[in-house]
Design a protein around this ligand. Sequence first.
Ligand SMILES: O=P(O)(O)O[C@H]1O[C@H](CO)[C@@H](O)[C@H]1O
Ligand SMILES: O=c1cc[nH]c(=O)[nH]1
Length: 238
Amino acid sequence: MSTPHNNANKGDFAKTVLMPGDPLRAKFIAETFLTEPKLVNNVRGVQGYTGTYKGVPVSVMASGMGMPSIGIYAYELYTQYDVENIIRVGSAGAMRADLELGSVVAGQGACTNSNFADQYELGGTYAPICDFGLLTAAVESAKELGVKMPVGNLYSSDTFYDAAGRNMRFSKMGVMAVEMEAAALYCTAAYTGKRALAICSISDNLVNGTELSADERQTNFTNMMKIALEVAVKMENK
Ligand SMILES: O=P(O)(O)O[C@H]1O[C@H](CO)[C@@H](O)[C@H]1O
Ligand SMILES: O=c1cc[nH]c(=O)[nH]1
């Protein structure tokens, strides 16, 4: 079997998929943390790998950037490949001065400027939220690893370069950080009856203008990756 965007066979993906935006981050996670990672998809260079972590099957596949892109990959994984849990392991721009570069945040909710949820014809405004079980497992894992992980709202924006400067208004509403996929992932999980969580590492700080280099973004996010992998282990029998 295959989809227009995935040439893996049914059964090639594990129950839990870690999903970074960047295909090179997917490769890094597979090669650094998984035992015997096998490349199961490479359509458009969107690399998907399955291996084991602490004996538990785990997959990692990139989403690409933006909500249309993660909407495709997540929908296909949930509906065609029997994936139950998708954990986005992303980068995000801090909207609070006190969030340090490389620190980790968990998105309990995801505000958005996207019309992604219009497709469901709800006749109101949908509030995209993560799965509580995944979030609980992530909070426990972060504690076990000794990693501080604030939990709260993310802002999923359709624009990286925001011409009118409106994005920062969300920081006044307590939003921790901006990224570009969590809201669509949470909507897709809700629609398909599956589970999702976005954990993000802070790559830049929009308040004080500091940022990590592209190389640092690729490799400096190991705390986030370890938390997500521990969640996969905790969720194996749930
Ligand atoms: O680093 P990733 O996971 O791609 O996440 C962030 O980085 C990209 C923008 O540079 C967007 O995809 C945004 O959500
Ligand atoms: O979407 C994103 C991701 C990282 N940093 C940002 O400023 N925006």
